[in-house]
Design a binder for this molecule. Structure first.
Ligand code: APR
Length: 252
């Protein structure tokens, strides 16, 4: 069986990570133009870093849910499998998803990369230090400033979160991985879970993958632009629906 799974923020909602456009979604209260664009970062990098650090902290405190676990199980079971996630959190990986079977098409929030050169690094450390740091608040006055706005050790430019902001290109290597998976053949099963399918490429990839009569299952309590193309609509939360769908597939 050849499978493609596409996920969005809705899959991490039951782990306590807000979605973007759903009820209480980030974009309901916050303006993406002020937080998730290169212009916003140029204008106020401190504000942007504060928001991404808050999100990193929330993700560090969260646990993968039954949807993440079910998708990891399907990845083990399928002959060929690719997960394309729009989520920048690490919950799919923490649920056991092998990195070689997953593409984070909007980047990884725990990557910190230079805003000018190619330097980048994994950055889990800061969040865990946060709790203890305030104990010695005054001692590290100078350090705090630097910590809030990390600079590139190679070229001293500002470092930024390793995510794709509005108006930016998708990461080339990741895109090639999706394209080559789709070019290598159609899929028997496509599952699209927890996304408003806002971006055309999400719908395009789902339709291309299911082009030869493959199943196209949408898991989302709400209707999306993809719903009209689905062969099966599951209007339930992902952590409820995904284990049932996967057990059915594996059981069959
Ligand atoms: N289970 C399944 N789906 C859910 C759940 C749930 N428990 N809770 C909410 N949803 C659905 C909502 O109905 C909505 O359709 O998840 C979707 C979340 O949509 P968005 O908030 O738009 O998130 P997403 O589609 O991932 O956004 C795409 O936009 O803001 C940018 O870069 C950001 O990757 C993000 C991209």
């Amino acid at each position: 069986m050849r499978v493609l799974v596409i996920t969005g923020a809705g899959v991490s909602a039951e782990s306590g990570i807000p979605t973007f456009r759903g009820k209480d979604g980030y974009w309901r209260n916050l303006d993406p133009a002020k937080l998730a664009t290169p212009e916003a970062f140029a204008r106020d990098p401190k504000l942007v870093w504060e928001w991404y650090r808050e999100r990193r902290q929330r993700i560090c405190n969260a646990q993968p849910n039954a949807a993440h676990a079910a998708i990891a199980k399907l990845a083990q079971h399928a002959n060929e499998f690719l997960l394309v996630t729009q989520n920048v959190d690490d919950l799919h990986v923490r649920a056991g998803m092998p990195k070689e079977k997953m593409v984070q098409i909007h980047g990884n929030i725990f990557i910190t990369r230079c805003s000018r050169c190619d330097f980048s690094q994994k950055d889990y450390k800061h969040e865990h230090e946060q709790e203890h740091e305030h104990e010695h608040e005054h001692e590290h006055e100078k350090e705090d400033q630097d910590v809030d706005l990390p600079r590139c050790p190679e070229c001293n430019a500002l470092m930024r979160p390793g995510v794709v902001w509005f108006g930016e290109q998708l990461p080339w290597n990741e895109l090639q991985r999706v394209e080559s998976y789709l070019d290598r053949g159609s899929c028997d099963l496509v599952i699209v879970a927890g996304t408003t399918a806002t971006f055309g490429y999400i719908i395009d990839w789902a339709l291309r993958a299911s082009r030869d009569g493959g199943e196209l299952i949408e898991v989302n309590p709400e209707e999306t632009p993809l719903s009209q193309f689905a062969t099966q609509l599951v209007r339930e939360p992902a952590a409820v629906a995904m284990p049932q769908i996967v057990d059915q597939i594996i059981g069959s």
